[in-house]
Design a protein around this ligand. Sequence first.
Ligand SMILES: *Cc1c(COP(=O)(O)O)cnc(C)c1O
Length: 234
Amino acid sequence: MGDDRRRDELAANLDAVRRRIADACDDAGRPDDVHLVVVTKFFPASDVRLLADLGVTDVGENRHQEAEAKAAECADLGLRWHFIGGLQSNKASAVASYADVVESVDRAKLVGPLSRGAHGRGHEVDVLVQVSLDRPGADGRAGADPADLDDLARRVRDAGMLRLRGLMAVAPLGEDADEAFARLASVHADLLSQHPEATVLSAGMSGDLEAAIRHGATHVRVGSAVLGPRPQVK
Ligand SMILES: *Cc1c(COP(=O)(O)O)cnc(C)c1O
């Protein structure tokens, strides 16, 4: 596809997503101040470049190697890079060397390496703690147990080079997103009572951003509604 056609497609999709966000804020009686993070995983740096030109300021990636390469290739664009994927502790330090926000911190073991990576880079890195909204015992849960959040948040706060900014979550498959995000809102309120600086709530994707905004999301992470369907994961 030519660059011009791709640009037109991304522009139209972005307009539609921005309108959905504005409408959802309106319906929820909130000001239209929800931040859009465009998830560019699986799509080329050329798309990131077009998005930046269309006014996108924040992009999300979920795999370290792909994210590192794209962030380097797009270093001239002044974007904020959000790391939103599962993190291995042996990669955490490297992720903190290019990510401006690490949204997927779900266990204490990541805190030391992330802080060291931030230190090596010479400035603080924003952190969101990822909480699991799965029912206890569900398979493949991503995210910390809500009961462990306060401890994890303290470790992030005390690490030195990390700035605790808030919470991230993904609605479980097969559950009504409104119910999951209602639980998330109450988990966030608990966290805020202990950590008033943790104001960010990153929730909502292409399929459920309206529900997330109803329940207080400050950031939505939208991939396919902007970029189109992703190639199948092998
Ligand atoms: C891929 C991904 C998204 C975006 O999903 P879409 O359904 O394409 O909008 C958001 N959050 C996380 C954690 C992701 O991995």
